[in-house]
Design a protein around this ligand. Structure first.
Ligand code: HEM
Ligand code: HEM
Length: 183
């Protein structure tokens, strides 16, 4: 597989970033939804720390991904796919890019306004984005949660569309985001 994108396919860098970020987001979401109900304990604190460290990893990878996307471009549209579907996909992809940044940033904002410390895998500390503030804490918390439900909706539609292309239309939409099988 080539490193960069070709007119027909996503290259290795784009595919790696796409699937690693997708897996991380699924893991972070499962951790996020379950951690809030854990009883107070040292384990709860370490599960929260894992949620935050993985979320910050998404922020870093999303930055690399956006830079790579701007540098390497995208394959041309899959032949035979109607124009309205390209437009819908572009809007969805733009929203997914925005949420890849908005989720970690609202999390970081919430954490800062709540006055909690922030570390990346115990390797280094990150500074608060804002001083402790009850109003901002509530606002950031609501945006973090609402952003998540929007992300879930878009990812379900996005993955569903990829599967419909693969199984019903039988075009290359999903295949070109997957490593090629050896003959
Ligand atoms: C892709 C990144 C992220 C996703 C998908 C995500 C998702 C979630 C979800 C689903 C919840 C539970 C629902 C809620 O109460 O809001 C949650 C809670 C939380 N997240 Fe994240 N999160 C991400 C990144 C981060 C980051 C980077 C931080 C901190 C630096 C963070 C801090 C928190 C905190 C502190 C809570 C608990 C909120 C509370 O106690 O009410 N998140 N997150
Ligand atoms: C879990 C199931 C998923 C499947 C089956 C899937 C499938 C795909 C496929 C087939 C493409 C290529 C579309 C094309 O060539 O026109 C694509 C692109 C894309 N996907 Fe996913 N995806 C999934 C999850 C995610 C997640 C969790 C995110 C991020 C939140 C995401 C964000 C994107 C973005 C932004 C693009 C456009 C890439 C670009 O233009 O740079 N995907 N996805």
């Amino acid at each position: 597989m080539s490193l960069g994108n070709t007119p027909e396919r996503w290259g290795w860098v784009s595919q790696m970033l796409h699937w690693v970020i997708a897996l991380l987001i699924v893991a972070i979401a499962i951790i996020g939804l379950t951690m809030v109900d854990l009883p107070n304990s040292p384990r709860k604190i370490s599960v929260y720390a894992l949620h935050k460290s993985l979320g910050l990893t998404v922020l870093a990878l999303a930055t690399v991904r956006l830079a790579w996307r701007l540098y390497a471009g995208a394959p041309r549209p899959v032949p035979g796919v109607p124009a309205w579907q390209h437009r819908t996909a572009s809007v969805t992809h733009t929203a997914l890019y925005l949420l890849m940044f908005a989720m970690p940033l609202t999390g970081w904002w919430f954490n800062s306004a709540a006055g909690y410390p922030l570390q990346w895998f115990e390797a280094f500390n990150l500074p608060p984005l804002v001083p402790e503030d009850k109003v901002q804490r509530a606002l950031a918390g609501q945006l973090h949660e609402a952003g998540f439900w929007l992300l879930l909706l878009l990812v379900l539609a996005h993955a569903g569309a990829a599967l419909v292309h693969h199984v019903v239309q039988r075009d290359d939409t999903l295949r070109r985001m997957l490593p090629r099988r050896r003959r």
